[in-house]
Design a protein around this ligand. Structure first.
Ligand code: AMP
Length: 488
């Protein structure tokens, strides 16, 4: 007689008593490991129900590693990009750990440091989403928002304090918050903290924390300054790397669009791609704030539903822009790296790099805004002769080619001719839309393209109404005059 045993949990299999008749089968363990559900990670039923409501069926690789480590009380050093599910990786176990105990006035029980206000706000959203069946209180200490309101929240006592380093130090110096009750510290996006000059602030904050706390550090890369910080701060951490910084998600179809031309031609190519590809929503990255503003205005002038996100905007405006984009009210977000890094915007179909990023690692972060959590995404990187230096650096960094994408000549023609016959141009652009899988970086853009017919019923992501010229005048501050370069 043959006996079979089906187990869903790696732990159950690992802990099975050894029967000579029932040998352990490695293949089964591997299968189970790959398809482990949340049920076996040791989370409470309340959390499992919230996870189910969030629509997650399986933990991501970082969640499998982080959740059990955090629940065991271990320090964590996770090398992971955004988009890997790392927020839930630390939020979920924290909710269960903090379920026991009560917060005291001005003495938060846990502290999460984020480099940007948007990221901090996203982590708060995660706590609200996953912690809906718990009674934990959260406070957000970020710049640009109501200081007095933040003090009131701190006075009531908070379980989870989510802060950007500058604003937290400000409150600490005024005696509004004391860190002596913190049991868990999270430093998220540590490498970004470094880029933004926050490491000294983090060191100051860490010195104010109790000696015995559980610390969780996450970073996409491990520059020496971050390594020094984690070496001195973490105790016997559970270390894991979910993907190396040069790895881009396999779910992202990447394209490189190489051509010679001015910024105006670049904007033309961008418009062509937005129309010719089946774009439902997109983030367009530019290297400079100035460029972000120009590209956004240009798209608006051409009737696209676009908005901009960069560091010059007031916090409340940034939040409004982001919410409108998340809710699908705006279809295109033109953004700078600092403003958009790490933003969790589900279901972004396309990412466009209007410029090749000057820092190759930003490429990974930029295109990581699409193809998140196993979904399919597409990225286009526009590169002219002016991007050559950065493109060479990027390809060296990636150690692989980005497949070339050919745009038709019409998209590269001088814009005046285009405007004269814009409707024909659009039509012919769609008809002649060509794409190649050729990966040679030196190929000319129109060499032996493979044809891909675009259906005429594809809907470009244009505004349904004509653009509001008053609001444009207001934003531009140029009265009735619209500079020529913006209409091109
Ligand atoms: P993060 O890397 O934390 O920014 O998360 C990226 C995205 O993945 C977010 O939109 C999450 O809602 C989503 N996500 C997190 N965990 C899972 C999961 N286990 N299954 C599916 N999606 C997830």
């Amino acid at each position: 007689m043959i006996y079979g045993l089906i187990c869903n949990s790696k732990e159950i299999i690992d802990n099975l008593p050894y029967f000579p008749i029932l040998p352990k089968i490695d293949r089964t363990k591997k299968d189970v490991d790959q398809h482990m559900s949340f049920d076996y990670l040791g989370l409470s039923d309340e959390l499992l129900s919230a996870i189910k409501d969030a629509g997650y069926s399986e933990p991501t690789p970082i969640q499998k590693k982080a959740i059990s480590g955090v629940l065991q009380g271990r320090d964590i050093l996770g090398i992971a990009q955004t988009g890997t599910g790392k927020t839930a990786g630390f939020t979920l176990p924290m909710i269960d750990i903090l379920a026991q105990g009560r917060a005291r006035a001005r003495m938060p029980r846990s502290l999460i440091l984020e480099p940007t206000r948007e990221l901090a706000a996203q982590v708060e959203e995660s706590f609200i989403k996953y912690g809906k069946n718990s009674k934990l209180s959260c406070a957000l200490l970020i710049g640009g928002t109501d200081f007095v309101g933040q003090v009131k929240k701190l006075d009531k006592g908070v379980d989870v304090l989510i802060a950007t380093p500058g604003r937290l130090l400000d409150h600490m110096q005024r005696g509004n918050v004391m860190l002596s009750g913190v049991q868990i510290l999270v430093v998220d996006e540590a490498d970004r903290m470094l880029d933004m000059g926050f490491i000294p602030d983090i060191e100051k904050i860490c010195k104010m924390l109790p000696k015995k706390i559980q610390s969780l550090f996450f970073s996409a890369t491990m520059p020496s300054e971050v390594k020094k910080l984690t070496d001195s701060f973490l105790k016997d951490p559970r270390e894991f790397e979910v993907s190396s910084p040069t790895q881009t998600a396999v779910t992202i179809e990447q394209h490189l669009v190489k051509f010679k031309g001015t910024d105006s031609i670049k904007r033309q190519v961008l418009r062509h791609l937005l129309k010719a590809e089946n774009v439902t929503n997109a983030i367009i990255f530019c290297n400079r704030k100035k460029e972000v503003k120009i590209v956004n205005k240009s798209l608006q002038v051409h009737g696209f539903s676009a908005s901009e996100l960069h560091g010059d905007l007031h916090q409340s405006t940034r939040m409004e822009v982001l919410t409108a984009f998340k809710e699908g009210k705006t279809k295109i977000l033109v953004a700078s790296d600092v403003a958009a890094r790490g933003l969790d915007i589900p279901d972004v179909g396309h990412v466009f790099n209007f410029d090749v990023p000057s820092n190759p690692e930003d490429y990974v972060h930029r295109i990581g805004r699409t193809g998140r959590a196993g979904k399919k995404g597409t990225s286009f990187t526009l590169s002219t002769q002016l991007d050559k230096k950065y493109l060479d650096g990027l390809l060296k960094f990636l150690a692989k080619e980005i497949p070339l994408y050919n745009v038709p000549n019409e998209a590269l023609e001088d814009n005046k001719t285009q405007r004269q016959s814009s409707s024909e141009a659009n039509n012919s652009a769609s008809k002649h839309h060509q794409k190649t899988k050729n990966t040679s970086r030196h190929n000319s853009i129109n060499k032996k393209p493979t044809k891909k017919q675009i259906h005429h019923d594809e809907k470009p992501i244009k505004k349904e109404t004509s653009q509001d010229s008053n609001s444009l005048e207001k934003t531009l501050g140029m009265g009735g005059h619209m500079p020529d370069f913006l209409t091109r």
